[in-house]
Design a binder for this molecule. Sequence first.
Ligand SMILES: [Fe+2]
Length: 267
Amino acid sequence: MSAVPERPETPEPRGVSRKNLLRAALGAGALPLLTGGGVALARDTTGTGGPLDPTPVCDDGDDPTPEQMEGPYFKPNSPLRTGLAGPGTPGTPLTVGGYVFDRGCRPLADVLLDFWQADDAGAYDNTGFRFRGHQFTTASGEFRLTTIVPGLYPGRTRHLHVKVQPPGGQVLTTQLYFPGEPRNATDALFDPALLMNVRDAGGGREATFDVVLAVGQGPGATTWAAGREYTTGDRVSYDGAAYRCLQSHRATAGWEPPRAPALWQRG
Ligand SMILES: [Fe+2]
């Protein structure tokens, strides 16, 4: 399995981002773990299904991955596993790989990803845990799922469900979509920002998608400081984590965000 080809490098007008540093490291072979899975940075790849409406480029301060409804088929307590299908499983083999980033484009380790999907016939297993499984991103922020292409069921286009949760953080529930699906045009839930890059590979399909969580320092965020006035909704960073102000107040020593959950919410 070879790495997904990358687009040619283009000059970065805003200077060197963390993403580009990661990309440069990949090119130099300094991070062999990142290239071993055959998944390059998903945002740098193109699928084979013609022009895509791609997921947004993960630059520093990128918009977070959109949220989508959970739907009726989520079940808690899925098994810890990266593979949802074996050699005898009916359906087209599919791998989904990518990274989870914060808004500053830093890869996030130990992020929980809980996947669930329909089987090849478009049915969910609501009594057991077929096609359900959770995993955690590696130290490099990478995840990789081995499964089959989910079948279609009435009223929806083809999709995967996933919940993504950083350690101690809020859960992002969303869905991932396949380019070139006729029903993408008629499914009211479909969002092109959630299209995976998909290509044919070895009798199956290989998809990539990078998740951007609304954590980390985004545009406008400032470092928390005692003595400052904060208004509900203000965003700050403190000790490397992002917080949102829940209640207007004047900051004072002892009310640092992690110590004042009534005033600050993480994420
Ligand atoms: Fe579904």
